[in-house]
Design a protein. Sequence first.
Length: 253
Amino acid sequence: MRTVVISGASSGIGQATARRFARAGDRVVNLDVTAPRDPEPGEPSVAWLKVDTADWAAVRAALRQVHEETGRLDVVVANAGISVRHGVLDIEEADARRITDVNLLGVLGLWQAAARIMTAQGSGVLLATASVNGRRGYPFYADYNATKAGIVALTQTFALELSPAVRVACVSPGAVLTPMQLAEYTQEMLDATNAQIPAGRHAAPDEIAAAFFYLASADARFVTGHELVIDGGETAGATTSAHGTATAVPAVR
Ligand SMILES: NC(=O)c1ccc[n+]([C@@H]2O[C@H](COP(=O)([O-])OP(=O)(O)OC[C@H]3O[C@@H](n4cnc5c(N)ncnc54)[C@H](O)[C@@H]3O)[C@@H](O)[C@H]2O)c1
């Protein structure tokens, strides 16, 4: 039985990922600032430790506790993240610092604490949730976008330093229908986003969870230093022209 730690697993992508691993029989611990809701009957159990992943000392203590209790640390998914919709002229310093603390330094602190245990153990897999927002400009999320680009840099660097004992990868989702997305997008904005995605829709959290499950598995044993993009084709071309052209221009035979 693997020991799997996932941050931000009380909601959205993290919650779906925790359930995916727990259903497969893994022992799963959720590090989150908010409590998960009670599991429905038949749902596998996921332990919750109240941890702010921006607090490196608290993260180290939580991983020490998990390691002492289970004797292992096999997979860590640094998924907790926050965003604030604001234009570059209006970004408040406190917001930008908090977003960086949680989204970027939170991943670094969690991965470092885990890597110390995993290198001593001789094996482990470090994963994180980046975003297509780190791959190109998306208006009103400059600080968020920068943190997600930073996760890719962490992925490559950790992989180089920790191979071959520890594998490292991140998933860059496109639009995923989660509470985070629903909190910031009106139905009109969701529809407009769907129209820009070749797949024509948002991803379900389970579709991102499946990617994490694969990356943690032995099937992915040659995958390290890698960013896996799962975006329904959103970044396959220039966003608007890629989809717009395909629908507007009649096929040439
Ligand atoms: N939803 C999307 O479209 C989308 C797309 C790309 C990437 N992402 C990324 O996926 C990850 C999960 O997002 P989601 O959409 O599931 O969001 P969500 O808001 O549904 O869930 C995020 C979880 O993280 C927790 N959290 C926030 N700050 C924390 C902290 N400091 N310490 C511990 N836990 C904390 C929250 O309590 C919540 O349970 C984030 O990193 C986000 O940036 C989301």
